[in-house]
Design a protein around this ligand. Structure first.
Ligand code: AMP
Ligand code: MG
Length: 292
């Protein structure tokens, strides 16, 4: 390892203006400098992810066990945001897919339904929050309400401009309630997006993912980057920090998110609970009990 934790390298420091143009989407911060990693970084990273996922799954099991047995209120919420083709689904498949699905809750947020539109924008978010012991994953999130909504002017500026503070208040409260919130922006370049859109058109097995509306969004790239910068600047807090993952290289993206989650969950000092059991007495009871 380079020594510096990924959670420091990719963090958007709270209270500082974010500058996405200064982050190269093709860069690979934190990748070790040893020879094996340098010679074939892609193969190295894929192997490292494969080796790391069982470790992450074990941390997840401790989280689950603590909630189940010791009423530990803690839980993890991973928020994924990106431009179209940014790799949210791939990250869920390759990283979250390494966890025990029984302890994971993935929620994807699309345009609000009729019912959702009748409520405050955070209503559907609160309903989707993970229970104690779970790892919740948001594929898009509360942040769409200051991204797509801001770029398309779906509500007035007076309304969306209040939402940053509303989101911060929600997240601060959640952190008090036991949430560890990890917010990840997968940062791709417009060139990479074009390649991925074209790949979706070329490849019959990917064509189903092509969305004609994505091209319209693409034409507003600069406005989206500004909206993202506002999110990162105003909503990276110590209770719920934002991380920017350079995501043009899929293998780096997966490696970085796996590494980040491992560091964060390691930092939670999760332990298997020790249930109050008289082990000797229970052993005897098991052996003495004859199933009828
Ligand atoms: P996808 O992630 O490709 O399934 O697309 C989901 C779509 O839902 C994206 O185009 C988002 O911009 C859109 N979306 C998500 N949340 C909102 C929201 N609060 N208001 C409007 N559109 C939204
Ligand atoms: Mg899409």
């Amino acid at each position: 390892m380079s020594g510096v934790p990924i959670r420091e390298l990719l963090l958007v420091p709270p209270g500082t203006p974010a500058d996405l143009a200064a982050i190269d989407p093709r860069s690979t911060p934190g990748l070790p400098e040893d020879r094996a990693a340098q010679r074939d970084p892609k193969a190295w990273a894929r192997a490292d992810v494969a080796a790391r996922l069982p470790q992450l799954a074990e941390l997840q099991e401790r989280l689950y066990a603590s909630a189940k047995v010791a009423r530990d209120p803690r839980r993890v919420l991973l928020v994924l945001q990106a431009m179209d083709c940014g790799g949210k689904d791939g990250t869920i498949k390759h990283v979250v897919g390494g966890l025990n699905p029984g302890g994971v809750r993935v929620h994807s947020f699309g345009p609000p339904t009729r019912e959702e539109r009748r409520h405050h924008f955070l209503w559907r978010i609160r309903r989707a929050l993970p229970a104690a012991g779970y790892v919740g994953v948001f594929n898009r999130s509360q942040y769409e309400d200051v991204l797509v909504v801001r770029v398309h002017g779906l509500v007035s500026p007076e309304i969306w401009s209040r939402r940053y503070d509303e989101i911060n208040r929600l997240e601060a409260g959640l952190s008090v309630d036991g949430f560890t919130i990890v917010k990840v922006m997968l940062h791709i370049s417009p060139e990479e997006q074009a390649e991925r859109l074209l790949a979706r058109l070329d490849d019959p097995t990917k064509r189903w993912k092509y969305n004609v509306a994505d091209v319209e969004e693409r034409s507003r790239w600069r406005e989206y980057q500004e909206a993202y910068e506002a999110v990162l600047t105003r909503c990276s807090t110590s209770a719920a920090p934002w991380y920017v993952v350079p995501a043009d290289r899929k293998w780096y993206r997966d490696w970085a998110v796996a590494q980040l989650l491992t560091e964060v969950m390691d930092g939670m000092h999760l332990r298997y609970p020790e249930p109050e059991l008289d082990l000797e007495a229970e052993r005897k009871r098991v052996l003495a009990t004859v199933p009828a």
